[in-house]
Design a protein. Structure first.
Length: 291
């Protein structure tokens, strides 16, 4: 899998349960508007605020309603058994890739512990071809997956541990992984990084803001051997207008604006929806860019 991957939000009912139709509709819109693939049930999808059965239900919707070869799904939890259960479910549905956070509750964790945990996941998936991409998000987990940990796991099971989404924002880290591990897919979390994808060896990006920049990001990806600075500046400006502490709520608000469905603005507690001044400010920032 490579290219522009959108981290997809999850629409909610007034009972705070995922809703199938708008979810599938938005996913199809993303695929029709430049995205090469979709990351279902990641941080943008509020996955770690859902129980296991809810996550399985959303996984199933996507697998039944979308081209499975273009999907990856978040299955990581601090629980080994729940992570394995979710990943097995994804594999049974035909997902090619599972995005797996480290077990983030107990800290600090020794490298030996992280290697043992990921290897336990691998061993309990025996016979399943699903690939695991590490999900490095130290701002949320408090854990950085070191190059040494990744190297040890690659040595033990290279076909299983096939890539990484890095949400740290540290492009030097991403460059080092891409240079250090042949055949290892490295996805930074910002579409702005697509400007150096060819020279740095990135497989693409997995980004929340591609819900808004999918077409522009796809253009940069297609031209990645010689991207135009004006196109990079455009996606950087749009992304800058959206990112911040209320990223998930902002992404969902903008999907609601595009679709005319205000239900998209609902978020799972402890998130809160944008208030009127925040909505106005966000729309104003993007409106200025479009003027």
């Amino acid at each position: 899998m490579q290219g522009v991957i959108a981290a997809v939000p999850t629409p909610l009912s007034n009972r705070l349960e995922p809703v199938r139709e708008p979810f599938i509709d938005h996913c199809l819109w993303l695929l029709d508007n430049g995205c090469d693939g979709l990351n279902i049930l990641g941080s943008t999808g509020e996955a770690n605020l859902f129980d296991t059965e809810t996550r399985k239900r959303v996984m199933t919707w996507a697998a039944e309603g979308l081209p499975r070869e273009r999907l990856m799904v978040g299955t990581g939890t601090p629980s080994l058994s729940e992570t394995v259960d979710l990943t097995r479910h994804a594999a049974a549905l035909g997902y090619p890739v599972a995005l797996v956070l480290p077990p983030y509750y107990y800290k600090p964790l020794p490298d030996d512990g992280l290697v043992a945990w990921y290897m336990a996941v691998h061993q309990q998936l025996a016979g399943s071809p699903i690939a695991i991409y590490f999900y490095n998000y130290p701002q949320m987990t408090g854990i950085t997956l070191s190059a040494d940990v990744i190297a040890r796991l690659r040595d033990l099971a290279p076909e299983r541990f096939a890539g990484i989404k890095d949400s740290s924002g540290d492009l030097d880290y991403c460059r080092a992984l891409a240079a250090g591990f042949e055949g290892f897919s490295v996805f930074p979390s910002s579409e702005v990084s697509l400007g150096e994808a060819a020279r740095s060896g990135f497989a693409g990006c997995i980004s929340a803001t591609t819900n808004q920049t999918s077409a522009q990001s796809a253009k940069v990806w297609r031209q990645r051997q010689n991207p135009k600075q004006a196109d990079l500046d455009e996606i950087a400006a749009i992304r800058s207008a959206i990112v911040g502490p209320a990223l998930v709520a902002s992404v969902k608000y903008l999907v609601g604006q595009r679709t005319g469905d205000s239900g998209w603005e609902r978020v799972m507690p402890p998130f809160v929806s944008l208030d009127p001044p925040q909505r106005s400010a966000l729309s104003g920032r993007l409106g200025t860019l479009a003027a």
